[in-house]
Design a protein around this ligand. Structure first.
Ligand code: C2E
Ligand code: CA
Ligand code: CA
Length: 703
């Protein structure tokens, strides 16, 4: 039987029931047949004894009388029974008084008959009579049994076997029929009550959607609602419901994890991870279509000041509005992603030329520049964008992003609010910058720095009142690197802290040199960068230097730019107050170029204001520019500050500033930055001349 047949429970049951009932039927039939054989044997014996008993009288007579004809008649009479095939009456004197024989019948079940009963059955009956005798000397009679002969018969049992065989066949046949019928009926009952309803349930189970298993409720087959099948189905339905609830919860959790890992929490824009995937996808598509696409790295210019001047909440609101604006108005951009504080990356698919990317970048810049209404404020911000184009500017997502970021920095360094494409030469420049930044660490140990000092002139006495320390870096390969180039790098990698400490020490050393040379009132102005200002160690460094060179703290002036103060206003105020407590003076550098407003000036403990060179440059160009400088000077004085004009290059400028009551001037007109010994030379020259003698310009060249 095939494997398939046995896969069906009904078939298997049918087979088992059938075989079992057939075996049982056969066993019961065999017992019946066995009992039947036993009773047939008894019957044959009974029949033989009856036969012999019936013939006993005449046989005894014939044996007693040795009456052969009579004996033959008896034998003939015995042959009336068809089972008898041998009969004989024997006496002692006549061993074959009468003998009859006939051949065994030609019987088809002979073998079976021989097996059950043997070939023939032999029976014999002694032929006896009772004799009364009297002993001669006695009068009573004795009875004695006299033996005359024997009557023998052999029976052929096959006659009995025929009937027996027919009966046996009937028994077996009916037994088997009964068992088969029983098997089939049992099968039908089982099939109807269990297998068929189960098959129905199984079929409806197939229609269950594994993702939403409880969407279809399984129904119990009719009549099985409350039995085990019904209960089973109820439990299955319950189980499916639990599974589906569980699935739903898992899906919600997975979606949440997906959002967390792929999207930015604030703006809900794709994050860096998803951006990488999108760029990789764009690479595949571009390769396939032989197309190019652009990646824009867009960073806000000076976003930090929004956070600081307003609040972090306002900063967040600005980022959110910006992301909404980008999404609503820049639909040609395939992916807009936020990958860091104020950094967005955009993917422009399928551009045909670089120009297209440039136009989009320009639109993004304009869109960002439009003021944002945050709460009741209008905030304006600009951005810098670096653009890299696949495949020219990078083969992988990482490369494209890195190059776009690098050129963004370049755009920012050029003043921001602009975009810049990646080009190999630019990349080289960035690499050089990074190398330069690295070599800064060794520069201090290898004494590659030197300090120059630019005199500051008191405009009422026209004599040197102090000097500003300006650092110089003599790079072993590149030669002189201007501070505007390396100071930002040193701020970037924090080496400014060590370099700054050296500058403070070196400036104080120079100052004590000048004081000892007979100019005890001279001041030194030291430029302090934002990083230094927010370093708690600064106070310690200043105090140490003052102590080491035994200086009057008020001869020290720290120059701090507006941006350094504004980047963290509260911390700056705290630090500046601390510095003031020591007695050191503070000047605000580059005034007018940053965010500092009158309000801020009031809160900060400045002693001096340095008017930025750009104002001095334009001062004589037109009446408004002159008014601005005049206003700054007045403003400074009103706030009890002295005013220094920096970058003064001409006599006209000096005369104008004198008239405007500016306190000090510093610039090439008098002197370029010089070393500390040359400052002494200048001081001596200065003191030799008469007061207000306008011996200027001193103007020695810068070394
Ligand atoms: P700053 O503090 O505004 O320094 C004045 C800059 O203007 C100096 O450039 C000086 O050489 C230059 N200058 C002075 N007078 C004139 C003039 O009449 N005409 C022109 N065209 N330029 C004039 P320098 O030395 O290249 O310094 C540039 C900037 O680097 C400084 O600007 C300052 O921000 C920074 N810096 C210089 N030395 C140091 C320092 O020791 N520490 C820190 N943190 N920054 C420094
Ligand atoms: Ca300065
Ligand atoms: Ca300045």
């Amino acid at each position: 039987m095939s494997y398939q047949f046995f896969n069906s429970l009904s078939n298997r049951l049918f087979f088992v029931v059938l075989v079992t009932s057939l075996i049982l039927g056969l066993m019961i039939s065999s017992i019946q047949i066995f009992l039947d054989v036993r009773s047939a044997q008894v019957n044959i014996e009974k029949q033989a004894h009856n036969l012999l008993a019936m013939m006993k009288e005449p046989a005894t007579q014939s044996a007693y009388n040795l009456d052969r004809p009579m004996a033959e008649q008896v034998v003939e009479g015995l042959f009336q029974n068809e089972a008898v095939f041998y009969a004989a009456i024997k006496t002692e004197t006549e061993p074959s008084l009468a003998v009859g024989k006939k051949p065994l019948s030609d019987f088809k079940y002979r073998e079976l008959s021989n097996l059950l009963f043997g070939q023939s059955l032999y029976f014999s009956l002694p032929l006896e009579g009772t004799i009364k005798t009297r002993l001669s000397d006695r009068s009573e009679y004795f009875t004695a049994t006299a033996h005359y002969g024997v009557l023998e018969i052999n029976l052929d049992p096959s006659y009995a076997t025929l009937a027996l065989a027919e009966r046996s066949f009937r028994i077996i046949f009916s037994g088997l029929l009964q068992s088969t019928t029983f098997g089939v009926v049992l099968y039908l009952i089982f099939h109807g009550m269990i297998t068929r309803p189960m098959a129905k349930v199984t079929t409806s189970l197939e229609s269950i959607d594994p993702l939403q298993p409880s969407r279809i409720q399984l129904e119990a087959p009719r009549g099985h609602e409350s039995d085990e099948i019904g209960t089973w189905i109820k439990n299955i339905n319950g189980l499916f419901l639990t599974i589906e609830n569980h699935n739903n919860q898992r899906r919600v959790a997975e979606a949440h994890v997906e959002r967390l890992s792929n999207y930015d929490m604030l703006t809900e824009l794709p994050n860096r991870m998803l951006l990488n995937k999108r760029i990789e996808q764009s690479i595949l598509e571009a390769d396939h279509q032989n197309a190019i696409f652009a990646v824009l790295w867009c960073a806000l210019d000076d976003f930090n000041s929004v956070n600081l001047l307003h609040s972090y909440n306002a900063g967040d609101r600005l980022l959110l509005s910006l992301s909404e604006r980008l999404q609503n108005e820049m639909q040609s951009i395939q992916t807009i992603s936020r990958i860091g504080g104020d950094i967005f990356a955009l993917v422009l698919p399928n551009i045909s030329t670089h120009l297209e990317a440039a136009k989009t970048a320009q639109r993004v810049l304009e869109l960002i520049r439009r003021p944002f209404q945050i709460e009741d404020m209008q905030l304006a911000i600009t951005a810098s964008i670096g653009i890299s184009v696949y495949p020219h500017d990078g083969a992988t997502s990482d490369e494209l992003l890195k190059h776009a970021e690098n050129v963004m920095q370049l755009a920012k360094a050029q003043g921001g609010n602009r975009y810049q494409f990646f080009v190999e030469s630019v990349d080289q420049k960035i690499k050089d910058t990074k190398r330069l930044e690295k070599s800064l660490t060794a520069a201090l140990n290898e004494e590659q720095f030197s300090l120059l000092f630019q005199p500051q002139i008191n405009l009422s006495t026209m004599k040197i009142s102090g000097a500003e320390a300006l650092v110089r870096w003599h790079h072993p390969e590149k030669g002189l690197v201007p501070p505007s180039e390396f100071i930002p790098l040193a701020e970037n990698n924090q080496t400014i802290i060590a370099i700054g400490k050296w500058i403070i020490d070196e400036s104080c050393r120079a100052l004590s040199l000048w004081h000892n040379a007979g100019f005890p009132h001279l001041t030194v102005s030291i430029n302090v960068s934002a990083i230094q200002l927010h370093q708690s160690n600064l106070i310690r460094v200043l105090k140490d230097a003052i102590k080491k060179y035994q200086l009057d703290p008020s001869t020290l002036i720290l120059e701090i730019t507006e941006t350094a103060v504004m980047s963290n206003l509260d911390a700056a105020i705290r630090m500046l107050k601390h510095i003031k407590q020591i007695g050191i003076q503070i000047a605000i550098d580059d005034f007018g170029t940053g965010y500092a407003s009158l309000n801020h000036l009031k809160r900060l403990p400045f002693d001096k204001v340095k008017v930025d060179k750009s104002f001095i440059d334009d001062m004589l160009e037109g009446p408004e520019n002159a008014t601005i400088v005049g206003a700054i000077i007045k403003l400074g004085h009103n706030l009890n500050m002295q005013v220094i004009a920096e970058g003064t290059e001409t006599l006209d400028q000096i005369e104008f500033l004198q008239k405007a009551h500016c306190d000090f001037a510093q610039g090439y007109y008098y002197s370029r930055p010089v070393n500390s010994n040359e400052v002494i030379t200048l001081l001596r020259k200065d003191s030799d001349s008469a007061p207000n003698s306008n011996l200027f310009p001193l103007n020695p060249p810068e070394h």
